[in-house]
Design a protein around this ligand. Structure first.
Ligand SMILES: N[C@@H](CCC(=O)NCCCC(=O)O)C(=O)O
Length: 256
């Protein structure tokens, strides 16, 4: 009997430029989250949109990790008003992740979306985003204080209440938890077919699952990848994702 192989986890990249050259990159904390938290082999997915053969890629992948990013999803993807001048966008990333998310769910590839990745999941399934949470009456401050060192920026910022009996409850065994908060966009209208899994004290949806998914498909607005091995709540999310990836890795795989 052969041992289950280590799952291959695709990680979404952002585009950037180094000197005059375009690059595709993903933050190290996401790579370590896939490697150490989920126990997978990380594979960076370049943000080249339709140039990537999506079905062939997803057939090889056992999981898909959608990273955070300073850039925002372009609002035309959710028929939102134009972004404020100076807003950072990444059309290559949008063109890659939005179709990839929909197809991953159709093909039963486990999915974990973080921050921008969580927002992408909502948009991919037809939801809308608040573009500037700080201008929405009644909401907490969800942005990080960028004048502080990183460990402070990624420190606990607010509580989330976890929906009893949901995917996140089953994954973590927690009814509430303290989470970090480093974003200024958020769920406005939740997409059809997404199930709230955690809510901030101001009512903002902070986690959801995909009701129709045949496997683990969770989005979280916070950053569980931050020092994942040191935070049992964050680690339990990556472990549950990793378990789903291992289950997929155990299936017979087609060769390309
Ligand atoms: N731009 C969006 C998403 C915020 C986000 O993902 N931040 C993470 C940045 C750091 C990193 O790459 O991990 C918003 O402002 O809501």
């Amino acid at each position: 009997m052969s041992e289950t192989r280590q799952p291959l986890i695709g990680i979404s990249c952002c585009t950037t430029t180094v000197g005059p050259h375009p690059f595709h990159m993903a933050g190290e904390k996401y790579i370590l989250g896939a490697l150490q938290g989920a126990g997978g082999i990380p594979l960076l997915i370049p943000a080249v949109g339709a140039h990537i053969p999506m079905d062939a890629l997803l057939e090889q992948l056992d999981g898909l990790l959608l990273t955070g990013s300073p850039s925002n999803v372009e609002p035309h993807h959710y028929t939102g008003p134009a972004s404020a001048p100076g807003t950072q966008h990444d059309p290559g990333r949008d063109a890659t992740t939005l179709p990839l998310i929909r197809r991953a769910v159709e093909l039963g590839v486990p999915l974990l979306g973080i921050c921008r990745g969580f927002q992408e999941m909502n948009v991919a399934f037809g939801g809308t985003l608040h573009q500037r949470l700080n201008e929405v009456p009644g909401l907490l401050e969800h942005r990080e204080d960028t004048s502080q060192p990183l460990p402070v920026q990624y420190g606990p910022a607010h509580e989330v209440r976890i929906e009893p009996g949901g995917l996140l409850d089953r994954a973590t065994g927690c009814s509430s938890a303290m989470v970090n908060s480093l974003h200024n966009q958020g769920v406005n209208r939740l997409a059809p077919g997404l199930q709230p899994e955690a809510v901030a004290p101001d009512g903002l949806i902070e986690a959801f699952s995909v009701s129709a998914a045949s496997t683990f498909a969770l989005g979280v607005q916070w950053h569980p990848e931050w020092k994942v091995m040191e935070n049992p709540f964050y680690l339990s999310i990556f472990k549950a994702f990793g378990d789903a990836c291992r289950a997929r890795a155990a299936r017979p795989k087609r060769t390309l």
